[in-house]
Design a protein around this ligand. Structure first.
Ligand code: UDP
Length: 323
């Protein structure tokens, strides 16, 4: 198989590229390095069957050629990270909506050889839904349009609608995956993500910044488990036209996470609470809880998350200690 990974120099994309190469597939990457980096794919550059292009996923001529050469597209390129999304809402909406439009158009253009597209969506689409755990068929509950965080959820929901519309109307094979908080080595804390931020703060002896009162919870998934789920899904014909949560149901509060990281690093850091307004600007809304129901993914693919939180944190801490 030859796979195109948009956003392949990103955190998840680079892990996926490596796993596909390890499994004997060919991999082509397109990435504009907006949040990804060359460092993430440095170790892949000389691997047999690996190719990369530094450019935007919105470059239609390039995407036309790349989709022609491949059998499957993993569309991961997107504006991600709460900090980036809040600071650059125009960029977020345009990248996420237009990028997906280009990928789907190009994957669909040859009626004899339509390409399978895996569209990366997000648990953020559930918004403020309160029926825990989140099931794929649940109603979505987004906040007001002047609260820019929701632009991300909305842009990703539109990507889902568009992908499923291509399947229904044009029979383009698509699979939508809603990724829950994915963590692991190579994720940077630059765009807001909590685990790398807490680990860096703890290792540097700086205050560990818990936003809000810390009672909000998340369930973290190891990047290797996400990659495993994506690879299983492309091998499952029944997955086409479906939406899947990809995650790990183990939940922890953010304050609990801060305490765990402090303990595991042996850090002297103080845990401080920072009001949301101060962290992300006035009127910011967070989700109180976020837990996936992964029964559907398990039923279709036999997926089982293998790396649990303590081991995930051990690996992330080791990554940052290595420098
Ligand atoms: N968070 C925090 N301190 C930080 C970064 C994030 O307390 O330095 C909180 C954030 O408010 C949210 C949770 O950690 O409740 C997860 O944040 P992240 O940005 O990693 O992902 P999200 O689940 O919000 O998309």
């Amino acid at each position: 198989m030859r796979a195109l990974i948009t956003g392949g120099a990103g955190f998840i994309g680079s892990h996926l590229a490596e796993a596909l190469l390890d499994a004997g597939h060919e991999v082509e990457v397109v990435d504009d390095l907006s949040t990804g980096s060359m460092e993430n794919i440095e170790h892949l550059k000389n691997r047999h069957g690996f190719q990369y292009v530094i450019d935007s996923v919105t470059n239609e001529d390039l995407l036309a050629k790349q989709t022609d050469r491949c059998d499957v597209v993993f569309h991961l390129a997107a504006a991600v990270g709460v900090k980036l999304i809040v600071e650059r809402p125009v960029h977020t909406i345009e990248t996420n909506v237009h990028g997906t439009e280009v990928v789907l158009t190009q994957a669909n253009k040859n009626s004899q050889k339509k390409k399978l597209v895996i569209v990366a969506s997000t648990s953020e689409v559930y918004g403020k839904a309160t029926e825990i755990p989140f099931r794929e068929d649940a109603d979505l509950r987004l906040g007001a349009t002047w609260k820019h965080r929701w632009a991300y959820a909305c842009s990703k929901a539109l990507d889902e609608f568009l992908a499923l519309a291509y399947w229904k109307e044009k029979e383009l094979p698509v699979i939508v995956v809603r990724l829950f908080n994915t963590v692991g080595p190579r994720q940077t804390g630059q765009y807001g993500m909590v685990v790398p931020n807490f680990v860096k703060q703890a290792l540097a002896g700086q205050p560990i910044t818990v936003f809000g009162d810390g009672s909000q919870s998340r369930s973290f998934t190891y990047v290797g488990d996400v990659v495993d789920a994506l690879m299983r899904l492309v091998d499952e014909p029944k997955a086409v036209g479906e939406v899947f949560n990809v995650g790990n149901g183990q939940e922890i509060s953010i304050l609990g996470l801060a305490e765990k990281i402090k303990e595991m690093t042996g850090s002297q850091s103080e845990i401080v609470k920072v009001p949301y307004d101060q962290a992300y600007g006035a009127g910011f809304e967070d989700m109180p809880r976020r837990v996936p129901d992964i029964t559907k993914l398990q039923k279709f693919t036999g997926y089982e998350p293998k790396v649990q939180l303590t081991e995930i944190l051990t690996r992330v801490i080791a990554h940052f200690q290595k420098g």
